[in-house]
Design a protein around this ligand. Structure first.
Ligand code: IMP
Length: 430
């Protein structure tokens, strides 16, 4: 099976952009299967910088089919704006190279507003979201009152759907002492954007089945990270979708056997944005230094990321919940020059040693990491392109990570440059 799914093995921002770009060059089809425009990555191709949030990475390369699957929540305004921005940069985007699932759920302005309201503190439910309306849109999807892309193709039936949606949302608004939404305003919002997004609509499950039968290589591009998964992550401080590899099948309408090789992306240390537990977080100058050297600021929101040591217990868990076959380890060069480096290898919880991250929010906040300490390396790993270029201590660090997480490092990335990569296994040829 020549398909590949890429997932973040931590809390997102693992440096998926560079790896996905390299893989998308080898793929025929690139599919987004969860999340929405809460994701963000920057691609640098031929000196041009492209910022993507919602569109699959393949869209900036000619001859690739980009697909937004049913598992994505789609803000039609964000889609139209991102397409227009890329077109201005000279990227050709049309139905030829972009398709969006007819059954994808739409994010509306009411979802963005509700997300922001909950995050404002007055509603007392702060998660540290990206305020893009992701959570409220997924709530409406499973609440069976969502408006989906296909609904824009039949404006005459939209009125009833809006009524159903507003029965729920206006009850909430009354609870918050806010003015109710007017159905006409929602109708207008949708009717005006429909012509911009409908041209891309398709039955994606059927299209992907045809592509698979024709032997085309499919790359499934995950967003966020497995620790932000709504089931397997640090609930409730998670995103609202399943971010684990199994979602690649459900979120695109393919069978689990179609997914193929699972490549997990992990940083050589750990970062997180937003609220929630983070056992190996550093609150000292070492954490500041990692953040500074690693330029740890969010692409979408510009927020400063929290930084800490590599937590092998967490990544071992995501290796299992996503069935990760190999890891792409990124940003090893950021650890160059540290005198000592630590890896979290387990936790202490109420006097007991445990080798997993407990599911309860209370316990997650109470665990204390157990560390293994390593002598750092004085040489540089930046720009290394073979094992021979790496200091012995850096190799020892990577080998220990492999042992602890129970998965091999298939790809080692040593700088943002595309060629500064050590390749052990090409996932498409695994
Ligand atoms: P939401 O996805 O906007 O609902 O945010 C929920 C949580 O997921 C917050 O902690 C966000 O910071 C985090 N999150 C969402 N998207 C990303 C991402 O692309 N990278 C890292 N964290 C993210």
């Amino acid at each position: 099976m020549a398909n590949v799914v890429v997932v973040g093995a931590q809390w997102g921002d693992e440096g998926k952009g560079k790896i996905v770009d390299w893989l998308s060059e080898q793929a025929d089809v690139v599919v987004r299967f969860q999340g929405g425009h809460n994701a963000g990555h920057t691609l640098v191709i031929g000196g041009n910088v492209y910022k993507l949030s919602l569109l699959p990475s393949g869209v900036v390369r000619t001859g690739k089919l980009s697909v937004i699957g049913n598992g994505v929540v789609l803000d039609p305004h964000a889609l139209a704006a991102e397409v227009a921005r890329l077109q201005e940069q000279g990227v050709a985007i049309s139905r030829e190279n972009l398709r969006v699932a007819e059954n994808a759920t739409l994010i509306l302005s009411i979802h963005r507003e509700l997300d922001a309201l909950r995050e404002s503190g007055s509603a007392g439910t702060k998660i540290g979201t990206t305020k893009r309306g992701i959570g409220p849109a997924y709530e409406d999807k499973v609440g069976r009152r969502a408006i989906r892309l296909m609904d824009l193709a039949d404006l005459s039936s939209l009125g009833d759907k809006i009524e159903r949606l507003l029965t729920h949302h206006n009850a909430l608004r009354r609870g918050f002492d806010l003015d109710e939404f007017k159905p006409e305003a929602i109708y207008e919002e949708l009717a005006s954007i429909a012509p911009k997004v409908l041209p891309y609509m398709d039955a994606v499950w059927r299209l992907l089945d045809e592509e698979r039968r024709a032997g085309r290589r499919i790359l499934f591009e995950g967003a966020q990270g497995a620790l932000l998964d709504v089931d397997h992550g640090t609930y409730p401080f998670v995103t609202s979708s399943n971010t684990v590899a199994g979602q690649a099948a459900t979120g695109s309408g393919m069978g689990p056997g179609s997914v193929g090789y699972v490549l997990g992306i992990a940083k050589a240390y750990t970062t997180r944005v937003g609220e929630g537990p983070f056992p190996t977080e550093l609150f000292d100058e070492t954490g500041e230094l990692i953040g500074h050297k690693g330029k740890e600021f969010g692409v979408v929101t510009g927020r400063k990321r929290r930084c800490g040591w590599f937590d092998a217990t967490l990544v071992r868990q995501t290796v299992r919940t996503s069935g990760i076959n190999g890891i792409a380890l990124t940003k090893l060069d950021i650890l160059d020059g540290f005198e000592t480096i630590r890896i979290g290898v387990g936790y202490k919880l109420d006097g007991q040693t445990i080798d997993y991250f407990p599911a309860s929010q209370l316990a997650q906040g109470r665990v204390e990491p157990i560390y293994e300490e390593f002598e750092g390396w004085s040489g540089s790993t930046a720009g290394a392109r073979s094992w021979a270029d790496l200091p012995a201590q850096a190799i020892k660090y990577v080998r220990r990570i492999e042992e602890l997480i129970g998965a091999p490092v298939a790809v080692l990335s040593t700088s943002p440059e595309r060629d500064d990569t050590i390749l052990m296994k090409n996932p498409f040829e695994a």
